[in-house]
Design a protein around this ligand. Sequence first.
Ligand code: CA
Length: 235
Amino acid sequence: MRILVIEDERKVASFIKRGLEEERYIVETAADGEEGLMLARNNVFDAIVLDVMLPKLDGYSVLQRLRDDGNSVPVLMLTARSSTEDRVQGLDLGADDYLAKPFHFEELAARLRSILRRSTTEKTTKLQCGDLTLDLVTHFAYRAEREIELTTKEYALLEYLMRNKDRILSRSMIMQHVWKHNFDPESNIIDVYIKRIRQKIEKAGQGQMIHSIRGVGYRIREGGVVDHEQDEVES
Ligand code: CA
């Protein structure tokens, strides 16, 4: 794991570097925002420890520029300030976590492990359910070898189902998550989209994947298992 530490206080920087190296991380340091941004842009790091108060370019600006580049490297911000606003600003700009100075090294190490863990899980580029694969990069689905093109909403809905494989999702949860608004019991939009997705992913001879749970919602699971709760046919 390669970590970049952007911190202008030499004592703090070397304290972090030494501690992380003892935990077998490979550590590079930068002493100002410009140097840090340059290093972050030209190298691949698993995480960045980023101080807020930095010469040349402050930590918020470094973070903002990285995120504007589309760089999603996990960032742990170090702040000397205790105001909630400053912390919120960092999180709003896309920091993964923050730590107020002064801190114990053990806490920094624990926060770092946590954001690294989170980013490793999220780096999965494919979701799988039986022989159905959803590519999170290209947004294509594959059933066995067959490529399936999805519209934006179909994709969002299928992704939500697949991230919650085997779990029953209520119509209200689906509405809030995929359409970002509250569920209107009069609307059949979810059912319409489920039907379209089914037509695409459940071709003749291929088992049913999306199961409707009467009166509740939907669940995706690997086919072949008789699900007594499911409706036989989506009308
Ligand atoms: Ca500083």
